[in-house]
Write a protein that binds this ligand. Structure first.
Ligand code: KG4
Ligand code: ZN
Length: 347
């Protein structure tokens, strides 16, 4: 099945063609535009999707050597994400599906991220999935490609958001998660001095806002100055900043790992642990999750680095998996913003 996947939930306009494998995949990143503001400006994101999407779809189809009529199914991210940004992709996808007279499928962005671990191999179920990105942190029990149960989610900030906010306090480039990691690798490992937040309970939900506040207080106490503007040169960053980055990075990894351990305990039938989302590019997190899976006798899967962040391939791929089972949406399906449950309204 040839599937065109469209992703516009946040700050990447992304399109891909899936045909038993990734046939073409293009991303138009808006990072440079939002970097000026130190975070995603939703209205600008929507406008940029609107500007970029038509050309991106044409170029991706050209890469794949296909005309629009050669597409069997249009898959589009319907949520969760920024509502205005989602609406651009969903409206475009509906119009395209109508024009080429092909079915459409609305895709859950978080499920698509997790299934990106299986872009190059058959999925393994049942699995526990840890999804960690700039907008979301969640744990799932995945029984099958169409049977998902949420075990935990963040009650406030996402893990990537916490890293990005600490990075912003230090005036690291945007988005900061990857830069925190670079500095963390230079920082000396010492005794923990930041909290591993929200572990003193018996559930799998997360809360990362306290970690950001604790880091902000520590920055104040230590009299750390934000880095000067200009090029990011890790070698000249003060040791104390690298130490803070190492600690924040470790606190995020420790917390994610403890909750994942709980989710695995509640899923004794699991065969695999799956890690995905933008923060899955983090080496310490990948290594820790792989070790946890090994310790529990499970297989471990995470997407290639190129498919950890938002991309069109993950949308086209999940579209193909669900489409092969006969799932479809009618043209009335809605875009769903962050915080609202995605309805089970497949045809
Ligand atoms: O999945 P994604 O591209 O977008 C969302 O759906 O949010 O994730 C972006 C997030 C950002 O918070 C970014 O700082 C984080 O992923 N990130 C990282 C790394 N690379 C990207 N966080 C930690 N370590 C990294 N290497
Ligand atoms: Zn994402």
């Amino acid at each position: 099945m040839r599937v065109l996947g469209i992703e516009t939930s946040c700050d990447e306009s992304a399109v891909a063609v899936w045909d038993g494998g990734v046939r073409a995949c293009r991303t138009h990143s808006q990072i440079a535009m939002h970097a000026v503001f130190g975070g995603v400006v939703p209205e600008l994101a929507s406008r940029e999707h609107l500007r970029a999407l038509p050309g991106l779809v044409d170029a991706t189809l050209t890469d794949a050597g296909l005309s629009p009529a050669a597409i069997d199914l249009v898959a589009v991210t319907r949520g969760p994400g920024l509502l205005g940004a989602l609406l651009v992709g969903v409206a475009y996808a509906k119009a395209l599906a109508l024009a080429i007279n092909r079915p459409i499928l609305g895709i859950d962005h978080l499920q698509a991220h997790l299934m990106a671990a299986f872009l190059e191999r058959e999925p393994v179920f049942p699995a526990v999935g840890l999804l960690v990105s700039g907008g979301h942190t969640a744990l799932y029990r995945i029984e099958d490609v169409d049977r998902w149960e949420i075990l935990g989610r963040t009650l406030d900030d996402a893990a990537g958001e916490a890293l990005d906010k600490v990075a912003k306090l230090l005036n690291l480039p945007y988005p900061g998660g990857a830069y925190v990691e670079v500095l963390a690798q230079r920082g000396k490992k010492g005794r923990p001095f930041l909290p591993r937040p929200f572990l003193d309970n018996d559930h799998c939900d997360f809360s990362f806002s306290g970690l950001k506040t604790a880091a902000a207080l520590w920055i104040q106490e230590q009299g750390i100055q934000p880095l000067g503007y200009g090029k990011f040169i890790p070698e000249v960053v003060p040791d104390v900043v690298c130490q803070l980055c190492a600690e924040v990075n470790q606190a995020v990894v420790d917390t994610l790992l403890e909750k994942t351990r709980r989710a695995l305990r509640r899923t004794p039938q699991a065969q695999a642990l799956v890690l995905a989302g933008g923060v899955a590019a983090n080496t310490a997190l990948r290594t820790a999750c792989a070790a946890l899976a090994k310790e529990q006798g499970l297989s471990f899967f995470a997407p290639e680095l190129a498919y950890c962040g938002d991309n069109g391939a993950m949308v086209a791929h999940l579209g193909a998996l669900l489409g092969a089972r006969g799932y479809r949406n009618d043209l009335a399906f809605e875009a769903i913003p962050r915080g609202r449950r995605i309805p089970d309204d497949y045809l």
